[in-house]
Design a protein around this ligand. Structure first.
Ligand code: SF4
Length: 333
């Protein structure tokens, strides 16, 4: 979205964990994550399927209860409100500020409700409107903001294309005048030309209403176009974060390097050497004790198997979790 960037954190996350009990043991979906998102910016969160990025996004707005850690909202003063400690009533108030747009608009909308009712739902649940006229006005306004024609208010989700369905999802997220929106793969279920329309819509809304976004995607080429900063996630951990230009110009973590090398280059006569990762992603039920990326890393050394690298600031605002940042040597066999 590339807005004028402020440097005050709206959300600050410390030591966030989300574990699930499974038959095979404890699944470490999000494991000790530290993160901040500045007010008015878009943080792109990327990583392979199953790395924990959607779980992290849902924890940030407490759609999932974190196992441990702090999530401070409005953290500009260095404190903010730790929402992990809020009771039901206070969290209901706070949730108006923290919204989500889901990946599959069809699956996330009740197929039995027309557009009007779908947008009315969050307004009704939160008793936002004082009268029927007020509700009508608000719904028409929201439809207009997201680019849905008034004539569509009595149509059902199955009668609309994917782009229009996603516009309903965005209208529902905006209904309570949020400050922060988790965009969980908001365009990956859409055709390419519709993807561009939705990305443009989200960009315009951010400029108009100064929203703070967490944009989750497995597609780095999409994230590149919408983010101010990027965080790369691998097996429940953040392995690199940085300003988007810097991260693309000089990726420092071997996993980020491999992800970037897989993006197709759109220029003739320009070839990029793809870094092929061998081996499978280790199980999040039994993550390796040292660096999580070690079994697939071309630069792994002995220390990597026993010591977990911490996320450290290698250059201003560029954080990397690797024992050998800036000094990667191919591993000896
Ligand atoms: Fe590779 Fe070791 Fe760095 Fe992990 S810590 S990314 S295994 S070099």
């Amino acid at each position: 979205m590339k807005t004028t960037q402020e440097t005050t954190p709206y959300i600050e996350v410390r030591g966030l964990k989300k574990y699930f009990s499974t038959k095979r043991g404890t699944l470490h979906a999000v494991d000790d994550v530290d993160l901040f998102i500045n007010r008015g910016e878009t943080l792109g969160l990327v990583g392979e399927s199953g790395c924990g990025k959607s779980t992290l996004g849902r924890c940030l707005i407490r759609l999932l209860e974190p196992t441990a850690g702090e999530i401070r909202v409005n953290a500009e003063d260095g404190k903010g409100t730790d929402i992990t400690g809020l009771g039901k009533a206070k969290m209901k108030e706070m949730r108006k500020k923290l919204q989500i747009v889901f990946q599959d608009p069809y699956a996330s909308l009740n197929p039995r409700l027309p557009v009007w009712e779908l947008i009315a739902e969050p307004l009704r649940v939160n008793r936002v409107c004082k009268s029927k006229e007020d509700m009508q006005k608000r719904i028409r306004y929201l439809m207009d903001v997201v680019g849905l024609a008034e004539r569509l208010e009595n149509t059902y989700p199955h009668e609309l294309d994917g782009g229009r369905r996603q516009r309903i999802g965005v209208a529902r997220a905006l209904a309570l005048e949020p400050e922060f929106i988790v965009l969980d793969e908001p365009v990956s279920a859409l055709d390419v030309c519709i993807q561009a329309q939705i990305l443009n819509l989200l960009h315009r809304l951010q400029k108009e209403f100064s929203y703070t976004y967490l944009f989750i995607s497995h597609d780095l080429s999409v994230v590149k176009h919408v983010s101010d900063r990027i965080a790369v996630m691998y097996l429940g951990k953040i392995v690199e974060t940085g300003e988007y230009r810097e991260l693309f110009r000089k990726p420092l973590h071997p996993y980020t390097q491999a992800l970037l090398s897989a993006i197709p280059v759109a220029k003739l006569n320009v070839a990029r050497e793809q870094i092929l990762l061998e081996g499978d992603v280790p199980s999040p039920v039994n993550p390796p004790p040292g660096c999580r990326f070690m079994p697939r890393c071309h630069y792994a050394q002995e220390i990597c198997s026993r010591e977990l690298p911490k996320l450290r600031e290698h250059e201003p605002q560029h954080f990397v979790a690797c024992h050998f940042t800036g000094n990667l040597q191919p591993k000896t066999k």
